[in-house]
Design a binder for this molecule. Structure first.
Ligand code: PL3
Ligand code: FE2
Ligand code: FE2
Length: 234
């Protein structure tokens, strides 16, 4: 007897394609924003310009590839709603950069958005259609490079910016978890357990905050409590 754990999903149903339209829109918008954000960071951090431009180019490719995933399923991505969901994070990042602040933009893009992307793409892998699975697999590797860039910058500058990093997390985490809340039922409809995504996001972010230099008690206070509060409001 063969026991298969692979989920059986019919990618052609109206219900699947309807849910995928918003999820695909969010992913495409997230990747397009990431491209833009890394180019802004390249202007703001001249010493790392080439590296940041290379990260931006990866994001532009991710966006193109995920557009292809939607096309493959004959789904029209819901870009207007996705744009609305990302606006608060995007506005916060650009206004901080305009004020000469590097910490908040790095926390938003490299820690929060990249941890969100890695967690989401991991949870998506086992339920993805074969075309999207191939793409998502190598995209995850790229996202780790983006997270590592931010981790290393924040680690190097930890002693000067400890409080700013914590404050940026406290302020921006609820906004990010609102995006997740909006996607909750569509995630379920494409086979992803949103609770598993939140748990993985929390783990990744906790690991990052620890690597940057925070003590376990501080990590709990910054990240886990924000995630728990957001979940309590779902
Ligand atoms: C940074 O490189 C990209 C930021 C993208 C954010 C992704 C959010 C994902 C939400 C849930 C997606 C499930 C996966 C579906 C993949 C088509
Ligand atoms: Fe990406
Ligand atoms: Fe990324």
């Amino acid at each position: 007897m063969t026991v298969s754990t692979a989920p059986t999903i019919d990618y052609s149903t109206e219900a699947y394609r309807k849910a995928y339209a918003l999820i695909n829109g969010v992913v495409i918008m997230g990747e397009n924003h990431a491209d833009h954000h890394f180019r802004l960071l390249a202007d703001a951090i001249p010493a790392d310009r080439e590296e940041l431009l290379a990260l931006a180019a990866m994001e532009a490719r991710h966006a193109r590839e995920f557009v292809g995933c939607g096309r493959n399923l004959r789904v029209q991505a819901d870009i207007p709603l996705a744009r609305k969901l990302f606006q608060p994070l995007h506005d916060s990042l650009t206004s901080a950069l305009e004020q000469g602040d590097l910490v908040r933009p790095l926390v938003i893009q490299c820690l929060i958005i990249e941890c969100f992307a890695i967690a989401a793409y991991h949870c998506y892998l086992p339920v993805a259609d074969p075309y999207a699975k191939g793409i998502t697999t190598w995209v995850i590797d790229d996202e780790h490079l983006h997270l590592n860039y931010g981790e290393q910058w924040l680690q190097r500058n930890f002693s000067s910016y400890r409080e700013e990093i914590a404050e940026a997390c406290r302020r921006e985490l609820p906004t990010t978890l609102t995006i997740l809340q909006e996607l909750w039922s569509d995630l379920e409809a494409i086979g992803i357990a949103p609770e598993a995504l939140v748990a993985e996001f929390n783990c990744l972010l906790n690991d990052s905050l620890g690597a940057i230099g925070f003590q376990p008690k501080e990590v709990m206070a910054i990240s886990t409590s924000a995630v728990a509060r957001a979940l309590a409001h779902l």
